[in-house]
Design a protein around this ligand. Sequence first.
Ligand SMILES: [Fe+2]
Length: 389
Amino acid sequence: MSKGFLFSTVPNILCELGSSTKVGELIKKLGTKHAMIVTDPGLRKLGLTDKIQAGIEKEGLKCSVFDKVAEDPPESIVLELIQKCKEIGVDGIVGVGGGSSMDTAKVTAFMAGKTSQTMAEVYGVGKTVGSRLPLIQVPTTAGTGSEVTDISVITTGVAEKKGVVGPQLYADYAVLDGDLTLSLPPKVSAATGIDAMVHAIEAYTSKFKKNVLSDVLAREALKLLSENIRRVCEDGQDRDARGGMLLGSLYAGMAFANSPCAAVHALAYPIGSHFHVPHGLSNSLMLPHVLRFNGGEPKAALMYRDLTGILFPAEAAIQGTDVMVMADGFTQLSHDLKIPVNLSQVGIKETDLEFLATEAMKVDRLMPNNPREVKLQDALDLYTKAYHN
Ligand SMILES: [Fe+2]
């Protein structure tokens, strides 16, 4: 028997092509009379929220739409939405989008619910006191896995990111409708797909909370994601592959919500906040270098061996399952999917690397979970490798 663990996730998952039309029915059952769809302007323009809104109104409920969510959601926008929900009597939230929309939706559902806390009081782990409004999350990327995590990452001030982590942030339903991801461009599919792979890899090697259930989910996530990522980038309309990516992203989300991410994410965060590089791409730029670094720790090297054959079966059959094979596989994957492979390609200069390293060391929610300790000089070395890749 493995060591004991606590595993938490959302109570309900609906996974079916076309299932987003059922959101109205589901939120009505949760007691909502006035729902707020939380999304970004691009998705609304694409019409992705129209069917969901129509489904909610068909149930005789009122439906408002907030479409001002921006990437790396700023606290000011979150506060504006919370205020609006309170003013107009919203009693149910539907997040539709990528991580930014879903993170905004979950913290809003809590802050506009039954709590007397201010935003400043809820940042951190386990600080939330009270209960939230009914909440349904509908991802449109595969992805962040935010639909099944209890974490909301908000940008405060100019570029500082703070997390709200609490059990109230788990949604009532995660609704996975692969059809909503059909319009994702190849480069977004590639970067968000690699982000999901990083969630699974980091959960599988996380230092403290890794457990048998997160391990099973991480391995299954990597199988689905590696089988489908090239397919969705080659043919965006491949519904079967889109569904596979969404499910893989969900498994990875369930894994890392219970066995948290580590150095790849900690090093990726400052790239995103200070250079406005999309989250998935920031992760894919750092991943191969962190893998090679972590491979120097014998226990981690053994864990990676479990994953190389799942991720890159053809390469592993010839070259073996060493972590170097996995790291090289990811660099090749980025080349094949035509996304940047080094930091200079995303506008970062060599003189920025020291600053990035200092910022990454501040991400103390994630960095300590890394299977090998990362010191400031290690962080700088990793950025230097990612720059010259
Ligand atoms: Fe991520």
